[in-house]
Ligand binder design. Sequence first.
Ligand code: XUL
Length: 583
Amino acid sequence: MADADGAGGPLFLGLDLSTQQLKGMLVDEQRRAVCEVCIVFDERLPEYSTASGRHVRGDVVTAPVLMWVEAIDLLMAELAATGLAARIRGVSGAAQQHGSVYWRQRGVETVRQLASSLPLKEQLQEAFALPDSPTWEDLSTSQQCRDLERTAGGAAALARISGSVALERFTGAQIAKIKQTQPAVWEDTARISLVSSFVASVLVGDIAPVDCGDASGTNIYDIQDRAWSRRMCDSIDPRLVGMLGERVVTADTVVGALSPYFVRRYGLARCPVVAFTGDNPSTYVGFESMFTSVDRSAAVLSLGTSDTVLFPLDDYPYAANASPLAMQHLDGHVLQHPTAARRYIAMLCYKNGSLAREWVRDHCLGGSGSCTWADFGESAGPGPMAPAAFGFYYLSAEILPRAKGLHRFVRCSDGDIVCPSGSRYRQLGSFDGTGLGSDARAIIESQVMSMRVDHSRKTAAALDSVAVTGGASSNRVLLQTIADVLGVSVFAAGEQHPGGFELKTPAMPAYGGAIRAQQQVKEHPIGTECEPDRSSAKYTLQRICSPSEHMHDVYTQALADFEFLRSHVSAQHGGCADPAGTF
Ligand code: XUL
């Protein structure tokens, strides 16, 4: 049994194969992260000549599969060097969503009989029909997206089947493009893995099933049937379901035991490997492990380069009997919950997150790039600025909503833009001299009001709290605005020490993997491990901001005008004025 530090006790390995690196995290039975190792692709594997882990050629973005393979060996060697590897009793993890790996038949056979004396790369050199896998940043499949929507009977019909309208980065369009443009590769392909199931496949030494969370990012998986959509898959190739593997599992399913390759080469135990899932679903599961039963509808806000919002749904918003509102607004994605039967997760990705906030900090606050976040907070003031003024900061083309550019509006009696509420607004080039507020205040109000609008379009259920993670989660003015606009308390993860609470979020996709591995082993115990003691779990959530009722009321009143102006901006730029239409 583990002592207070978990010394000598079982450990659970969570992996995360992201765009730039492969991370491994060891978590003990008390769910404390005891060790982290990381292989940064550009630094450790420069021979693949990647930039931030990928090859970018215009809108074609790929990553070398053998680089990922080599990274797995490097990471296992580093884990073995820590002396902790022999204590690992379960493995799971996550990977960037949407990317795909194309196995030759001989690759499938080789991975089943890996020799522990030779590195993976040497043995899997000829395993893949396509050396460079398309990844989530690839945008070169617009034609295939239109084909998929046509097959489904339109964008809305495809969303009803798969949880999303057709998207370039989603795997279905990527697979279709490979078949159409590289017939020799297609002929040479026996099996297709997603990046997540590819890592699991190498670990178990066989082709591992895709999990339902990541299958929901393909456009060819039927979320309500909980199976590949025959119609969508067959439209690409009648063999496709077989190539993907008919069986799709929940991300808490044991998909095999760790391959003897890792047992012999690195001294790991032949422990269970639990299905891998996408990084976003895994993040949600990681946070869920910290929620109490009252946080069942908590949302996770990941405030990074782009902002991602994840929240659970009890009902499928695009079901035939669902609210018409959801069918009118098909932006964002609905995923099957990776582990909870008959639950779903909505995922809203906003491209203009931290980079847009940083741009405002550096360009709009009167400085010359020397402003700090404290200056930003001072300029933002306490708010609210809405409904007297609004700003939209789509520095790079936004996908939610489809829109571009900077747009500032002030309310005035002679404004030429008339909202359904009767309020009139005028567009202007700067807030300077208006006395109404600043770009700092406008951008954070606008970003969070967008989240509120898009959340309400997916579910009528109220949010009960929000957990934040990511670089910007230390930005106090942003956190307070989240609390005020959404009207809920904001929580952050941290460690409880005898001396107090230290805010610190573990690397969530990997942590979520380790937690799923731990839960499975707990349910199917091996040997004499002790029960995890939830009361001493290292990570807990702590309330860091509470909403002001008055401010929340102001934002609620302002919401209709905000929503109207956001649609106005989107329509101006060829965006989706009528989101039910085909993009
Ligand atoms: C989600 C998405 C990204 C990747 C990043 O749809 O494309 O968040 O999962 O790894």
